[in-house]
Write a protein that binds this ligand. Structure first.
Ligand code: NDP
Ligand code: 2IT
Length: 450
């Protein structure tokens, strides 16, 4: 029966390895729940949750600075609306495919359920590559993308936000285009600028939330981030604010990366260096290599994409926070982390550790948190932004941060309680999948066969 469902997923979604990987992890984790709740079998809840409610694919045509016509593909996966309007980010990256967006939308269902805020699961994006594009080209692309996506979203139906390649700048252009087309000002996006409907702390929320979650994990062992040496990958939104919070909590971060390579700075990416990194990545749109040109304490390593392991994960440290992209830690990397004494791996990215990698970590007693739990602070704060938009309110930094901390603690405790109840104490992956699934499955059951 369990294998029948996985076979079905494989047959229905051929050539979609990322989606199948995410599905397999969830099916395996929640199987004891399916066995206990026969009604979920009769109602085919699992089969339904694995099928997007709606998937939109569209052409995006735009003119580049040379006056040449460019054609990209845009998507929105509206995966599940059992507990609220579809909610999830948009990714602009050449690697975007239906498989990648379906895995992200699928994970988003459970993540959003864990936040305790009523939000369904969705994700979208385009194979558009923002790298090397002018400001004008980014704006033109965002407007062309919205000329179609605007038909399929609204503040009550589907509320997109940022993800890889989509930050404050892109949200601004897309929100502006939506407002122009629809002739209405609503909270149809989150991650908006402060002063036009955005929430304080939303920019910081994913990285901050990740470290709040890790602190909760360490507290269960009477330990804390203070004094810990940490590895971080990525240098975008999630990585930057994870580094900031680790520094604030008394830890030290010695790595950061981009798709070309990584830097090791044994002296730590301290406050001033982090400000340089933020300016480099967010304003100058530069490469991580420039960090080592500026700071002599750092060494740059070019990434070899054909290698069977990533040397970034082969450095002595206490904690590791993958914050770049999916499948960036494989089985070999996980073995290297264990060998180097890493005691905690917290996922900032979505699905950065492969299934084989997760097994190595868990089998070796490494504390491991899945992205759908530990990176949920971003979407949770998006939920807080939606609430403020509906209320017409603007909460202070302190108010939003306090709510974020409470949400991360609640997700942490919920995962542990579910893992305990199903005989897997300390297994945050099983706990997150079960707790998220139960919430959505019960809502689907209540709403009938639709
Ligand atoms: P950004 O675009 O701000 O940064 C992405 C970073 O990851 C960049 O350093 C980028 O390098 C690197 N990267 C992207 N793709 C690859 C790749 N294929 N190989 C190696 N490095 C890569 O994105 P975010 O920080 O927002 O997102 C990072 C991760 O966190 C993603 O998995 C995202 O889904 C997840 N996430 C994001 C949330 C958010 O609120 N933004 C919320 C929850 C999860 P380069 O500059 O070379 O492209
Ligand atoms: O993966 C994610 O949770 C995000 N990219 C954030 C989604 C959101 O709607 O804030």
């Amino acid at each position: 029966m369990q294998n029948d469902i996985l076979d079905l997923v494989q047959q229905r979604n051929p050539n979609e390895p990322e989606f199948i990987q995410a599905a397999k992890e969830v099916i395996d984790s929640i199987w004891p729940v399916i066995e206990k709740h026969k009604e979920f079998q009769t109602l085919k809840i699992l089969e339904r949750i694995l099928e997007p409610e709606r998937m939109i694919s569209f052409r995006v045509t735009w003119l580049d600075d040379k006056g040449e016509v460019q054609v990209n593909r845009g998507y929105r996966v509206q995966m599940n609306s059992a507990i609220g309007p579809y909610k999830g980010g948009l990714r602009f990256h050449p690697s975007v495919t239906p498989s990648v967006l379906k895995f992200l939308a699928f994970e988003q269902i459970f993540k959003n359920a864990l936040t305790g805020i009523p939000m369904g699961g969705g994700k979208g994006g385009s194979n558009f590559d923002p790298k090397g594009k002018s400001e004008n080209e980014i704006m033109k692309f965002c407007q062309a993308f919205m000329s179609e996506l605007s038909r399929h979203i609204s503040h009550r139906l589907d509320v997109p936000a940022g993800d890889i390649g989509v930050g404050g700048r892109e949200i601004g252009y897309m929100f502006g285009a939506y407002k122009k087309i629809k002739n209405e000002f609503t909270g149809v996006f989150t991650g908006k600028g402060i002063g036009w409907g955005g929430s304080l702390i939303r920019t910081e929320a994913t990285g901050y939330g990740l470290i709040y979650f890790a602190e909760n994990m360490l507290h269960t062992k009477g330990d804390s981030i203070k004094g810990k040496t940490c590895l971080v990958s990525g240098s975008g939104n999630v990585a930057q604010y994870a580094i900031e919070k680790i520094n604030k909590m008394g830890g030290k971060v010695i790595t950061a990366s981009d798709s070309n390579g990584f830097i090791i700075d044994e002296a730590g990416i301290t406050k001033d260096k982090l400000e340089f990194l933020k300016d480099l990545k967010n304003n100058k749109r530069g490469r991580i290599k420039e960090y080592s040109d500026k700071y002599k304490s750092a060494v740059y390593h070019e990434l070899d994409t054909n290698a069977d392991h990533n040397p970034l994960w082969n450095i002595k440290a206490d904690c590791a926070f993958p914050c770049a992209t999916q499948n960036e830690i494989n089985e070999n990397d996980a073995n290297n982390l264990v060998k180097n004494g890493v005691k905690l791996v917290g996922e900032g990215a979505n699905m950065p550790v492969t299934i084989e990698g997760i097994n190595v970590l868990i089998d070796n007693g490494v504390m491991y948190s899945p992205g759908k739990a530990s990176n949920a602070g971003g979407v949770a704060t998006s939920g807080l932004e939606m609430t403020q938009n509906f209320m017409g309110a603007n909460w202070t930094r302190e108010e939003v941060d306090a709510k974020l901390q409470a949400i991360m603690k609640n997700i942490h405790d919920t995962c542990l309680a579910a893992a305990n109840e199903y005989g897997k104490p300390g297994n945050y992956m099983v706990g997150a999948n079960i707790a998220g699934f139960l919430k959505v499955a019960n809502a689907m059951k209540a709403q009938g066969v639709i």
